[in-house]
Design a protein around this ligand. Structure first.
Ligand code: ADP
Ligand code: MG
Length: 257
């Protein structure tokens, strides 16, 4: 679809994604009802929406952790759901970085080993993974904590280690699901600044959040409501496009400067 070497090509294109869940009494709960969006290299896009609107569902589909009922997801010009399972796992580990609300660090490993984990799983050379993990810890301001286990880190520090872990395989797209949801204001703001810095260094970043201070920092804000999507601009540039079949349509919205 797109030339992966073209910096203007979207890293992420979501086309007509639909997802519903079975209801206990029969029938289905529609969650995503035709989501379209694009996110470009270097862009920080925020996905806003009240609890239960489908933000996590959408991130799981984009991250190939769940499959849509309809529609397609293209990452770096590749159709995600055209892969065989083994190829999908390899593509995911090399292309995507994940940050969740809870850090999910392994308690018996120190910060450095936790950051190295996805590099080891991707079977990259150990010395290269160690070097990149140290650089990633440096980048998140925690080089001095490399040998500390998660239990010896504050919540904010553990979450920054989780960001370092998400960056270890130099992903093209970082997906974050309410990454500051468990943090106090000071640590949340520090994490938000880090996500902005990550996007500015090249990858696309898509963050689901309720946090208005984070959405104020975003290049584009995508709002998910009743399974449909709309966008609004922030002070930053608008490069994402988002629309939904039958819902508020990006085309109908005024262009921002
Ligand atoms: N595995 C599932 N089975 C059934 N319903 C689900 C499942 N996952 C999520 N849901 C429902 O889908 C809706 C969207 O959930 P979610 O994507 O977690 O929303 P958000 O992340 O915006 O809070 C909610 O109503 C939720 O209860
Ligand atoms: Mg959620």
């Amino acid at each position: 679809m797109t030339d992966t070497h073209d910096p203007r090509a979207p890293v992420l294109s979501v086309r007509g994604v639909e997802k519903s869940y079975p209801l206990p009494g029969g029938g289905r709960l529609p969650v995503l009802q035709g989501v379209d969006l694009e996110v470009f290299p270097g862009e920080m896009a925020v996905l806003l929406g009240a609890s239960g609107t489908g933000k996590s569902t959408l991130l799981h589909v984009i991250g190939s952790l769940d499959t849509p009922d309809a529609g397609s997801v293209w990452i770096d010009g590749r159709d995600l759901f055209s892969f065989a399972p083994a190829e999908m796992a390899r593509f995911r580990s090399r292309t995507l970085g994940f940050v969740f609300q809870f850090h999910h660090l392994l308690p018996e490993f120190d910060a450095l080993e936790n950051v190295m984990m996805p590099g080891r799983l991707a079977r990259r050379p150990e010395s290269e993974v160690r070097r990149d993990a140290l650089a990633a810890l440096e980048r998140v301001g925690l080089a001095a904590r490399a040998s500390h286990r998660p239990g010896e880190l504050s919540g904010g520090e553990a979450q920054r280690v989780a960001v370092a872990r998400a960056l270890i395989n130099r992903p093209r797209l970082v997906l974050a699901d309410e990454p500051s949801g468990n943090l106090d204001r000071e640590n949340a703001d520090r994490l938000h600044a880090l996500l902005v810095e990550v996007a500015q260094s090249g990858p696309a970043v898509l963050v689901a959040t309720h946090n208005e201070r984070l959405s104020a920092l975003a290049d584009s804000v995508l709002t998910l409501d009743a399974g449909r999507t709309s966008r609004r601009g922030t002070a930053g540039r608008i490069r994402g496009t988002l629309s939904a079949e039958g819902g508020p349509n990006a085309d109908a919205m005024p262009e921002l400067p």
